[in-house]
Design a protein around this ligand. Structure first.
Ligand SMILES: NC(=O)c1ccc[n+]([C@@H]2O[C@H](COP(=O)([O-])OP(=O)(O)OC[C@H]3O[C@@H](n4cnc5c(N)ncnc54)[C@H](OP(=O)(O)O)[C@@H]3O)[C@@H](O)[C@H]2O)c1
Length: 258
């Protein structure tokens, strides 16, 4: 297990999308392993409430809330500068913030797709690059990028979201290859359905059998600390490519069609 007090200094994990859902639970799992937590989301009120919940659950946790809308141009650079200004060495970066959009590609507003791609893809790439450079200089660190089971196939009526997660998985695996020689470990998380506010934001019901976010987060952090390349929760997500893709696309279309 990694320890926070390596080199006698409190180490921090920066978790984007830590105001709720999977991100807040990943923050809790990392705090439980002794990391200080830099919690990031766009909504300052939700973030403050999440920070209070984390501190109540795990007294003694060093937590800092940093409000940052990751859909804004230059957001990754701005957040990196804010983190630097805290003087808190970031040993773990969790790129978790993200959301989905459902509907016919021809009908959903372009601005909504652009905002989603800015968060799910552009900010994730920017933060990965900037923090990887810092970690490589220290020859130490972990990056966890949250993809999805949707990374393994095209998703009709949620096309740009599934494509964004395919990007995250591909990018993360390539980054891992490059980062290895710098002593930095990079992992991807591919969850199936998880019971969070994700579906409400998408305008969809929570699917039956959606997993509790805490269970997913514990598995994610275990996998991260073990240095696994792709962490699938449940593990059966890994078997998806064995099912004919046309069939999988029909299932998603059936769920997401407006
Ligand atoms: N739930 C699932 O079934 C599922 C499955 C596979 C993958 N995932 C992925 O898991 C990740 C976490 O999702 P979740 O299920 O935990 O959903 P969630 O409960 O809706 O949490 C999403 C988080 O992202 C943050 N966020 C959204 N837009 C942002 C922006 N512009 N700037 C900064 N932060 C922003 C939200 O913060 P604020 O709203 O406070 O800004 C919130 O903390 C996402 O990447 C999602 O694609 C989810």
């Amino acid at each position: 297990m990694e320890h926070r007090n390596h080199r006698d200094k409190q180490e921090y994990a920066l978790v984007t999308g830590a105001s709720g859902g999977i991100g807040l639970e990943i923050a809790g799992a990392l705090a439980g392993r002794g990391y200080g937590i830099i919690m990031v989301s766009a909504n300052a009120d939700r973030l403050a409430a999440a920070k209070a919940r984390l501190e109540a659950r795990l007294p003694g946790t060093q937590a800092v809330a940093v409000a940052q809308d990751l859909s804004l141009p230059g957001a990754a650079q701005t957040l990196h500068e804010k983190a630097k200004a805290l003087g808190a060495p970031v040993a773990v970066l969790v790129n978790n913030a993200g959301f989905g959009i459902t509907g016919k590609a021809a009908d959903t507003p372009l601005a909504a797709d652009e905002g989603m791609l800015a968060v799910n893809v552009t900010a994730l790439v920017g933060l990965s690059k900037l923090f990887l450079a810092d970690m490589a200089a220290r020859r130490r660190g972990h990056i966890l990028n949250v993809a999805s089971k949707g990374a393994y196939q095209p998703g009709p009526y949620t096309a740009a979201y599934f494509a964004s997660k395919a990007f995250v998985l591909s990018y993360t695996r390539a980054l891992r290859y490059e980062a290895k020689e710098a002593g930095v470990r990079v992992s991807a998380l591919c969850p199936g359905a998880v019971d969070t506010g994700f579906f409400e934001r998408e305008g969809q019901p929570v699917p039956k059998g959606a997993l509790p976010a805490r269970r997913v987060a514990e598995k994610a952090v275990d996998g991260l600390m073990q240095g696994r390349e792709v962490i699938c929760v449940p593990w059966t997500v890994r078997l998806l490519p064995l099912v004919p893709e046309k069939l999988r696309m029909r299932v998603v279309a059936g769920m997401k069609r407006p």
